[in-house]
Write a protein that binds this ligand. Structure first.
Ligand SMILES: [Zn+2]
Ligand SMILES: [Zn+2]
Ligand SMILES: [Zn+2]
Length: 256
C-alpha cells in the first residue's frame, strides 16, 4: 500500500491569502505550500482518493494525473469535498464511498454530475480493490465526521480526519497499532480550537495509539514548518508488502 499526502493544510491552506505572519512569509519566500488535506492511497494499482478538496486539480497534476478508481468523503466540509467538480470532463467522476448523511449532503451540491454512491455504516468494513476500509466516527461538531482505517498488503493506515481530541473509545481501538497514523493537528499548543486538535493533543493521542510512525496533517498557517512529525505535501509512504504493478496508460479517455 502506497500512501501519498496530497495536501496537509487546513480549510484555508498555507500560505493564507492576505496573511503576513512568519509562517506565511516563509512559505511565500521558499515556495512552500500546504494544500488542503487529502490522501492518495494506491493498492495493487487501484487508486483510492480520500477526500476531494478544492486543490484537487493541482494535487492530481503533481501526482502524475492518476485515474481515480474510488473516492471516500470523510465529512461534508468545503475543504474535503468541493473539488469533486474537478473530475468534470477529465475522467468519469469516480464512485464515492461515505456515510449515508455525508453522501446525501455532498451529493446535493454535485447533483449536476452523474456518479455512483456507495453508502456505508460506521464500523462496518467494506472493500475497494484489494483494500478493506472502515469508517471510524470521530468528534467534529456539529455534523457527522469519520476517520478511516484502511488495511491492505498486510499493513494498516489510520486517519483521524478532522476531529477534537475526545474521540470515542471504540474508534480509538480501530485507529490503534497502525503502520502509519495521520492525525489532525490544526494549531500549535496553547490555542483553543473547538472542532480540532492542537499539536500537543495530537502527539498525546499518537503516543497512546502506538503507530509505527505518524504524521500531523490538517495544519493551519499557525503551525511552524519544521516541527517534528509534521506532514509535508507530497510525502509518500510505502506500507506492508508493496507489490509493483505496471503503471496504467496515463492518457485519460477523452471527455471533451
Ligand atoms: Zn477540514
Ligand atoms: Zn499566516
Ligand atoms: Zn471539517
Amino acid at each position: 500500500m502506497e500512501v501519498r499526502l496530497l495536501g496537509t493544510g487546513d480549510a484555508i491552506g498555507t500560505p493564507k491569502v492576505g496573511c503576513s505572519c512568519a509562517q506565511c512569509r516563509k512559505g511565500l519566500e521558499t515556495n512552500r505550500e500546504r494544500l488542503r488535506t487529502s490522501l492518495l492511497v494506491t493498492v495493487g494499482g487501484c487508486c483510492i482518493l480520500v477526500d476531494s478538496g478544492p486543490d484537487l486539480r493541482r494535487q492530481l497534476l503533481s501526482s502524475g494525473s492518476p485515474v481515480i478508481d474510488a473516492l471516500v468523503w470523510t465529512h461534508g466540509h468545503y475543504d474535503h469535498f468541493m473539488g469533486y467538480g474537478e473530475f468534470y470532463r477529465v475522467q468519469d467522476p469516480p464512485p464515492v464511498h461515505a456515510s449515508p448523511e455525508v453522501l446525501d449532503y455532498c451529493g446535493q451540491v454535485f447533483s449536476f454530475l452523474d456518479f455512483v454512491r456507495h453508502p456505508h455504516a460506521p464500523f462496518e468494513p467494506f472493500e475497494i480493490g484489494g483494500a478493506t476500509l472502515t469508517l471510524v466516527p470521530v468528534n467534529h461538531p456539529p455534523g457527522p465526521a469519520y476517520g478511516l482505517r484502511i488495511e491492505a498488503d498486510g499493513a494498516v493506515l489510520a486517519y483521524t480526519a478532522d476531529t477534537r481530541a475526545d474521540i470515542p473509545s471504540r474508534s480509538l481501538d480501530l485507529l490503534a497499532d497502525a503502520d502509519l497514523l495521520l492525525i489532525d493537528a490544526i494549531a500549535p499548543a496553547g490555542y483553543h480550537i473547538s472542532k480540532h486538535m492542537t499539536y500537543d493533543e495530537a502527539l498525546a493521542i499518537a503516543s497512546s495509539l502506538r503507530p509505527k510512525t505518524f504524521r500531523c496533517v490538517h495544519l493551519a498557517h499557525l503551525v511552524p514548518w519544521d516541527l517534528p512529525f509534521i506532514g509535508q505535501d507530497g510525502e509518500t509512504f510505502v506500507l506492508g508488502d508493496h507489490v509493483d504493478v505496471p503503471p496504467r496508460p496515463s492518457s485519460h479517455p477523452p471527455h471533451l
